[in-house]
Design a protein around this ligand. Structure first.
Ligand SMILES: Nc1ncnc2c1ncn2[C@@H]1O[C@H](COP(=O)(O)OP(=O)(O)OP(=O)(O)O)[C@@H](O)[C@H]1O
Ligand SMILES: [Mg+2]
Length: 395
């Protein structure tokens, strides 16, 4: 929240409006000053409107014209800003002479949130300006706040169901099933599954926040992608065998090294393979193919493409762009039954972002589902240029 007094003071100075100690009327400004004030006003990225005592707009900067269009000068504010709370704030600033602020949402193609500040300007002889209106676009922080609230709601929701199951079974075991050996064993098994689900959820949340924390730091490691994929296949071999799925890895020799973080990339392919095994039909192979690419789509530069492909029901097109959102599941019941937390692909996306790579998802009846990961070739860092004193004297 900006300091209103400071903002008002800044504007008073900006337009040469009066401060108690040095009253300067706008009209009294020399033409050069007027030009300067206009330039400063136009350079200010937020819409600024100057109002007279009757709420008529007498000046507006470029950002205000971009937002409200050209026809606003010499019209009532209501002509350009048809928002009751905004008009009330402006009128109150004019009549009560007090700074007012309010939050408004303006609908254009998308809704944008603004913090509107209406600041009265001291009355001086000959000057028409009575109030300044500034609109600060707070859409981005509003979205962040919304995401935070959704995230907390989602996490609580995900934890609530296993917790409710655990509490329910504990009560049953203490009461009606106290002496029922068979029921006890069955309930304990379910409780174990639910407790493990909660533990996995917490692990995944921690993993996600770790990845997010260092997303801006580019990984420096040099990765042999073939070896990394072979080891990911080996860890999931047992699970694949249970579903009678064969994992086929086809990786050409002489691939370039990849720039990356070994543990994080292992997590990417573990999650993608885990999904392919979980959501692909039993008995049908899961294929991993690796190829060199001369240009990574959208990003550019040489690299490799790793495709993880499974057969089975394609994912409906409307789900595909949302799969990497936290807790998003195409088939909620199925994912939960399989013990999924809905965070796997969110983690994958953040890790790939950190690697400045790309993730592409295709799904149709012919090819099945293919998750393609593009990663950049490792580039040795350019050695820093070191000057010796001898070099300097040569110059
Ligand atoms: N290979 C796939 N085939 C079909 N659907 C998939 C595939 N991979 C992911 N999905 C869909 O995308 C959703 C999100 O996947 P994600 O990996 O993020 O979560 P999850 O598998 O449900 O849980 P987790 O990975 O945290 O255990 C899944 O619930 C599933 O609906
Ligand atoms: Mg998953």
């Amino acid at each position: 929240m900006p300091d209103l007094a400071a903002l008002k003071h800044r504007f008073s100075r900006l337009f040469g409006w009066p401060r108690r100690t040095r009253p300067i009327a706008l009209q009294a400004a020399a033409p050069r000053e007027v030009v300067l004030h206009r330039a400063i006003l136009d350079a200010f990225p937020a819409p600024v409107l100057l109002l007279d005592a009757r709420r008529t707009v007498i000046e507006a900067n470029r950002a205000a014209h971009e937002l409200f269009g050209a026809r606003m000068i010499n019209y009532d504010l209501a002509q350009s800003l048809r928002h009751p709370a905004a008009l009330d704030a402006a009128s109150a600033a004019l009549s009560a002479g007090k700074a007012m602020s309010t939050q408004i949402v303006l609908q254009s193609s998308v809704a944008r949130h603004y913090e509107l500040h209406a600041m009265p300007v001291e009355q001086i002889e000959g000057a028409q300006v009575r109030a300044v209106l500034v609109l600060l676009d707070v859409t981005a922080s509003h979205q962040v706040e919304q995401m935070r609230a959704d995230f907390v709601a989602n996490v609580s929701h995900e934890l609530r169901s296993p917790l409710a199951a655990l509490t329910g079974f504990v009560e049953t075991l203490k009461g009606p099933a106290k002496n029922d050996e068979v029921a006890r064993q069955r309930f304990l098994d379910i409780m174990e599954v639910e407790a493990k689900r909660m533990a996995r959820l917490i692990d995944d949340l921690l993993s996600l926040s770790r990845v997010e924390a260092n997303e801006h730091v580019r990984p420096k490691g040099q990765i042999k992608i073939g070896e990394l994929l072979a080891s990911a296949c080996a860890t999931l071999e047992h699970r694949a065998a249970k579903r009678e799925v064969e994992i086929e890895l086809s990786c050409p020799d002489h691939l370039p090294a990849i720039a990356g973080d070994q543990d994080q990339l292992a997590e990417v392919f573990h999650n993608l393979l885990d999904n392919a095994l979980k959501y692909g039909p039993p008995g049908k192979p899961v294929k991993i193919t690796v190829q060199k690419v001369d240009r990574i789509p959208e990003i550019g530069g040489k690299g490799v493409r790793i495709c993880v492909q499974n057969q089975g029901e394609p994912i409906a097109a409307e789900h595909i762009p949302r799969l990497t959102e936290r807790f998003y599941r195409a088939d909620k019941a199925r994912s939960r039954d399989m013990g999924g937390t809905g965070l796997g692909l969110a983690i994958v996306k953040h890790i790939i972002n950190r690697h400045r790579g790309r993730l592409m998802i295709e799904s149709n009846a012919e090819t099945g589902t293919i998750f393609s990961v593009f990663l950049s070739e490792f580039q040795p860092e350019q050695p820093a240029v070191n000057f010796t004193m001898a070099d300097v004297t040569k110059l």
